[in-house]
Write a protein that binds this ligand. Structure first.
Ligand code: FES
Length: 107
């Protein structure tokens, strides 16, 4: 299990253990964390799993694929440096301690 901290827009933090191989979106959904809606179920076609990656982690994540980049245009107030679609990030050992922040609202 990999520890991930999801911080709601109001500052409330949720520290949960997410299995390796799941996505960061699934970690939020399966733990009932508010702020990640994931309407498309992880198919990279809704942009409602948007989150801002903590600055300390931005460079440690796998690069965005073109489809994720395109869909981020539909997210609410995307930040070119920090925004990711959490359904496109697979949890691995390298993400132990990941911190991400939810946007004010989803798309
Ligand atoms: Fe729809 Fe991520 S869950 S784009």
């Amino acid at each position: 299990m990999i520890q991930i901290t999801y911080v709601e827009h109001n500052g409330r933090a949720h520290v949960v253990d997410v299995p390796q191989g799941a996505t960061v979106m699934e970690g939020a959904r399966d733990n009932g964390i508010p702020g990640i809606e994931a309407d498309c179920g992880g198919a990279c076609s809704c942009a409602t799993c948007h989150a801002y990656i903590d600055p300390a982690w931005v460079g440690k994540l796998p690069a965005k694929q073109p489809m994720e980049k395109d869909m981020l245009d539909f997210a609410h107030e995307p930040d070119p440096a920090r925004s990711r679609l959490t359904c496109q990030i697979r949890v691995s050992e390298a993400l132990e301690g990941l911190v991400l922040h939810m946007p004010e609202r989803q798309a």
